[in-house]
Design a protein around this ligand. Sequence first.
Ligand SMILES: *[C@@H]1O[C@H](CO)[C@@H](O)[C@H](O)[C@H]1NC(C)=O
Ligand SMILES: *[C@@H]1O[C@H](CO)[C@@H](O)[C@H](O)[C@H]1NC(C)=O
Ligand SMILES: *[C@@H]1O[C@H](CO)[C@@H](O)[C@H](O)[C@H]1NC(C)=O
Ligand SMILES: *[C@@H]1O[C@H](CO)[C@@H](O)[C@H](O)[C@H]1NC(C)=O
Ligand SMILES: *[C@@H]1O[C@H](CO)[C@@H](O)[C@H](O)[C@H]1NC(C)=O
Ligand SMILES: [Fe+2]
Length: 458
Amino acid sequence: MVGTMDLLTLLFLLLLNIVGICNGGVTSRYVRKAEPSVDMPLDAFPPPPGFNAPEQVHITQGDHDGRSVIVSWVTPDEKYPNVVTHWEANSKRKHKTHSIIKTYRYFNYSSGYIHHATIKRLKYDTKYFYQLGSGNATRRFHFTTPPKVGPDVPYTFGIIGDLGQTYDSNQTFEHYVSNPEGQAVLFVGDLSCADDHPQHDNRRWDSWGRFVEKSTAYQAWIWVPGNHELDYAPEIGENVPFKPYTHRYHVPYRASQSTCPLWYSIKRASAYIIVLSSYSAYGKYTPQYAWLEKELPKVNRAETPWLIVLLHSPWYNSNSYHYMEGESMRVAFESWFVQHKVDLVVAGHVHSYERTNRFSDVQYNITNRLSTPVKDPSAPVYLTIGDGGNIEGLADRFTEPQPSYSAYREASFGHAMLDIKNRTHAHFTWHRNHDNEAVVADSQWLFNRYWYPEEEHC
Ligand SMILES: *[C@@H]1O[C@H](CO)[C@@H](O)[C@H](O)[C@H]1NC(C)=O
Ligand SMILES: *[C@@H]1O[C@H](CO)[C@@H](O)[C@H](O)[C@H]1NC(C)=O
Ligand SMILES: *[C@@H]1O[C@H](CO)[C@@H](O)[C@H](O)[C@H]1NC(C)=O
Ligand SMILES: *[C@@H]1O[C@H](CO)[C@@H](O)[C@H](O)[C@H]1NC(C)=O
Ligand SMILES: *[C@@H]1O[C@H](CO)[C@@H](O)[C@H](O)[C@H]1NC(C)=O
Ligand SMILES: [Fe+2]
């Protein structure tokens, strides 16, 4: 009997050891050269030549399933032409779609004419060209629509957060662009960071639009609102939150029965992507809460196995920067994420990189006071990828000791890739700027929570 106990104890200790090795969180010792993040000059990416030439071109998914594309651009001088012409790569038949035109004022800034045109009824998995402008200011671009939604459709997403427009941002962006694998970008908020300039200098929204055009004009970027999108500044008479962001970046929120562009969902290939707003009300009875409550049961994992949530302010983050800012939203929604077996939650905001093990903290109630995160195979992996390079610099003060939920953390700029292979497997990699694109600083095979809820190897 005693012998058996000893054996069991030994086995238990061995197991602990293995688990310990597996989850013994890594705080990378990589030390990035400390240099300030400085914004690139306003004219680093000058407007294209030609009178009234369309600029800041960007596309995003335009419906729930991926057969529509919203094309957005700015004409600086005149409203017209407000047309996008598109054609299939192997066809001469051209189609025209008219844009709706928005303008706005912010403090003493007046925007150009911001166009949004939704091209509908496209074919899946097809290359299209599109053309904007007229005369010698004509510009031509192309995109490829996603494959038809289905459970084993492979698809590769780039993941970028908190990009801003510093020289570091340029490095992150160029690094991502140099990776030929990325088919669309999950952008987890904080776009231009114009609000870091006096009176939120909105020319910085324009310069950002030109900076990222060489990717955003060619592949869909899926947008998530961050705190730098708020542009809430009553002291200068600007008291409408999200004004520049919502005028410039349109998303297909109505297609998912959302009543607000700040939260919505799309299906793309084998992924179901839910976008939440950390800076909109989410308590019980609020529109966002009511929407998410109805949304999660709609996800059909037989059609879209990969359930991914994007939001700006992380729930699991062991950095002292922005520590616990995401806590009240975690309390509101985490039990739903565990119940519905969300695969992955991607956040930004904290300017460093962190990946968690599958942990949850959902037992707590006001009488039992159980508030320690515990290992939970139904919990998502949480990624914090606010390390795009914005002007506020790196968040390099991690809390010690590293909590058990934290698998890997490092204060370096970079981006990530999510390579979905089939319904069971996806490969995640994180690429720091100071390495070549081919170098992977952190990686993890993710096993689908619905089809293959096994513990991931490390
Ligand atoms: C807006 O105001 C700022 C600061 O007062 C000033 O520097 C800038 O020239 C003004 N811009 C316009 C377009 O009036
Ligand atoms: C572009 O066309 C406009 C009028 O059509 C003309 O005034 C202008 O000189 C042209 N610019 C160039 C660079 O050819
Ligand atoms: C951005 O990066 C690219 C590629 O490294 C480089 O050619 C370009 O000069 C950079 N732009 C600025 C403004 O630094
Ligand atoms: C609080 O949690 C405990 C166990 O975790 C449970 O027995 C109890 O019913 C809960 N209280 C309420 C009010 O839900
Ligand atoms: C899914 O992809 C993984 C990784 O590429 C592979 O090992 C596995 O065999 C695939 N499963 C199926 C059913 O093809
Ligand atoms: Fe942020």
